[in-house]
Design a protein. Sequence first.
Length: 318
Amino acid sequence: TGPLLKLNNGVEMPALGFGTFANEGSKGETHKAVVHALNAGYRHLDCAWFYQNEEEVGSGIRDFLSQNPSVKRSDIFITTKVWNHLHEPEDVEWSLKDSLKKLQTPYVDVFLIHWPIASEKNADRTVKIGSDGKYVINKSLTENPEPTWRAMEKLYNEGLTRSIGLSNFTEKGIESLLKYATVKPSVNQIEIHPFLPQQPLIEYCLSKSIIPVAYSPLGSQDQVPGTGEKVSTNKDLIVIAEKNGWSLAQVLIAWGLKRGYSVLPKSSNESRIKGNAKLVALSDEDFEAVNNVAEGRWTRFVNMKDTFGYDVWPEESK
Ligand code: A2P
């Protein structure tokens, strides 16, 4: 369902993807959501080692494929990501192989660095947490992720992933990585919705043949600081949806697709999973109306200092 986007190495990625991050509720929820999504026609699944549900994604894919023999593994585009404490080269390899085992697949379609932050691990490969309760940062690999990228390139050259890419990187980090990358990043997955429109970073990525991929395209993570204003209750957006007889989610998905990147709506509800896959096209007038809602909003990511104990983008702090 939906258009295909061509990555810079020729691999094709369905523009509409299904996010699996939200489905960490009860056991079995991710499995069900993935089967619903594949039945609804999604052929792009966004996963991550960190989500701790890749076994359920894997069994969901397996069950769907066994019930639908006309669909092959190669018809599905699968993303996974390496978490912060696994940026050392041997851990990058371990992480991808662990994800492949859980996903029950010999390869993924794109393997991403989840955050441009490297942190320390314990002897048992768990995240090391400092006395302040935050991740213990590996400064050297954070400031220079070249060894991590080399490990990603090796896995690409070995065929364990059909492309490699980034997530949550800003222009500065991409620029320095491009200086030494022999395999160019194919995508940069970032939060994008009308309250975080990311126009400058989107333009930068596209100018470098890196396709932006939008997480939280429905705006679930964001609200205007200090106001509580939410994408999901924005009156101007609701008017556009109602006028056309669409859901607000359909409007937001259409806006992302029209801007030229991939979108990853997520849901654990069967009818919303199906409804979000019913793609609609925004008229130029409605597209402009959503752009107007996005006008003048934040242009940077949330400050991750509170979560990871490290400000990834101090130069961009507001
Ligand atoms: P639910 O799982 O109950 O459907 P985002 O992709 O921006 O992170 O948004 C995901 C959130 O939006 C989830 O909480 C999901 O809840 C909700 N959601 C997904 N699709 C729709 C929809 N069509 N209408 C309303 N809420 C939706």
